[in-house]
Design a protein around this ligand. Structure first.
Ligand SMILES: [Zn+2]
Length: 95
């Protein structure tokens, strides 16, 4: 397995994230500014997969504290159209 020690500085585009390796630091940065740190490129990719979720929409943004993966988009009264999970979408519809 490649570790931070033997990596040369590099940039990899992965699922809308830019993974950069500089010395011991491996960062995956999303255009929104969201940032993940990992100890290997593989770990960074795994974290990106985790953050992006199966639908590729990332985390639900309906509630700041919601940790579910978004499964669709819902129009939020304050935030505009945001990625939402099934639970929050149902909540939004019920309102
Ligand atoms: Zn949610």
């Amino acid at each position: 397995m490649r570790t931070a020690k033997n990596l040369v500085p590099a940039t990899i585009e992965y699922r809308n994230f830019t993974i950069t390796t500089t010395g011991k630091t491996i960062k995956a940065v999303h255009p929104s500014g969201f940032e993940l740190k990992a100890k290997s490129v593989e770990a960074a990719m795994a974290k990106v997969d985790e953050a992006v979720g199966p639908a590729g929409l990332g985390a639900c943004q309906w509630f700041a504290r919601c940790d579910n993966y978004a499964t669709g988009l819902t129009s939020h009264p304050v935030l505009g159209v945001v990625p939402t999970c099934d639970r929050c979408a149902a909540f939004a519809e019920a309102k």
